[in-house]
Design a protein around this ligand. Structure first.
Ligand SMILES: [Zn+2]
Length: 392
């Protein structure tokens, strides 16, 4: 087992030490405890030991073992917490013949856009931790399976941004990642879900991807056709390695309202730029909460900001700060439906509702995200180029 641990640590070191292709340009706050002791390992040595360690001691991974429900993927991801790197996703949770529960983790590292190595590792989970959704569970045992093969990479953020803009607003040649979308489309065809391979993430690809998500057992916000890290990693198994992952994290609160970890971090950064505290009148995951919101707050990434104490100049400064860190944000003047506020959607949030997704598409083309799709009311001096949190 020590040998396996060492090989894994080296593999992860390879995935996180430079210079590497497409490492996350906005690292999250995950800690990487497993790599710390092997920081000096070189990339070549890592690749060789990783390739040599082709452990085949998990027959139940491919044949046998009871597969647990898709909901357990999220619970296992939460339970493992910092045990996972940004390049890894839990793609399966299984119970073996000894009644031990394992999280099957798929990860990878890339030397170039077309030369990636994939590995699986399996972490045993404490059943009580899994059920309680406790974070920071210590895996009691671990198995590693390095799959040495040349695979291309898929830049998840570029795919997600296309998946949020192009269904509603058509193919956008200005968005990067057409080759990444093609690899996803090829993956869908390879698993028997027919879709055109054209690099455009339109309604057809969205529908095909939602079919893939439902096949994995997802539903609701997890099966909208916007790729999440686990479904995309699963689709990539043996086909591509996922880089530049977007991880929205678990649900938390900001200023007393429900948001996810990613949205909370974005609001904290926007607050710093704005120089004043941000107070919310509505958060995310608020299905049916406010009728006038027309479903835009049903999923992740949506917030309404209280601007009752702000001057109009301060409101525009707030809009600019929010847009700078990656929100699609608009000032909403008082109307028959609401009091003046700022409405914002975290671009790239993989949990967002489809009505919020269409607002991101409106924002991309300079519209206001309301039913009339009028021009953005923001003065030119407070506009910034389209961006998202991981890019910021
Ligand atoms: Zn709103």
């Amino acid at each position: 087992m020590n040998k396996l641990l060492t090989a894994l640590a080296i593999a992860i070191t390879v995935s996180l030490s430079g210079p590497l292709y497409a490492s996350g340009d906005h690292d999250s706050d995950h800690s990487h405890g497993l790599m710390a002791s092997n920081a000096a390992a070189t990339q070549d040595a890592g690749a060789q030991s990783a390739a040599a360690d082709n452990d085949a001691d998990h027959p139940w991974l491919t044949a046998g073992g009871a597969q647990l429900a898709a909901d357990d993927l999220a619970a296992a991801t939460e339970a493992l917490g910092a045990q996972l790197t940004d390049e890894e996703s839990v793609i399966d949770v299984r119970r073996d013949a000894d009644d031990k529960t394992w999280a099957v983790v798929l990860g990878g590292f890339c030397k170039s856009e077309t030369d990636c190595t994939q590995y699986t590792r399996e972490l045993s989970l404490d059943q009580q931790d899994l059920q309680a959704g406790l974070s920071g569970a210590q895996p009691a045992d671990m198995k590693l399976n390095i799959v040495p093969m040349t695979l291309p990479s898929v830049h998840m953020a570029n795919v997600v941004i296309q998946a949020q803009v192009e269904p509603f607003r058509g193919n956008q040649s200005g968005l990067a990642g057409n080759d990444d979308v093609k690899r996803v489309q090829q993956g869908l065809n390879a698993v028997g879900i027919s879709t055109t391979v054209d690099g455009w993430y339109g309604n057809g690809t969205t529908s095909a991807y939602a079919t893939w998500q439902r096949r994995l057992g997802y539903s609701g916000l997890d099966a909208t056709g916007i790729p999440g890290p686990s479904s995309l990693t699963s689709l990539g198994s043996g086909r591509f390695v996922v880089t530049n992952k977007i991880l929205v994290g678990s649900r938390t609160t900001f200023a007393g309202k429900r948001v996810n970890t990613r949205t909370s971090a974005m609001l904290t950064a926007a607050q710093r730029l704005f120089g004043r505290s941000i107070s919310l009148t509505q958060g995310s995951y608020n299905a049916g909460g406010v009728g006038a919101s027309a479903g835009t707050h049903d999923g992740g990434g949506a917030v309404d900001i209280n601007i009752s104490s702000l001057s109009q100049t301060q409101v525009w400064q707030l809009v600019k700060a929010l847009r700078t860190v990656g929100f699609a944000a608009w000032y909403r003047p008082t109307s028959a439906s609401w009091n003046r506020h700022v409405h914002a959607i975290a671009i790239g949030d993989t949990d967002m509702s489809l009505s919020a997704r269409n607002q991101v598409a409106d924002y991309y083309v300079g519209k206001d995200g309301l039913a009339g799709h009028r021009p953005d009311n923001t003065p030119a001096a407070y506009r910034v180029p389209f961006t998202w949190w991981e890019k910021y």
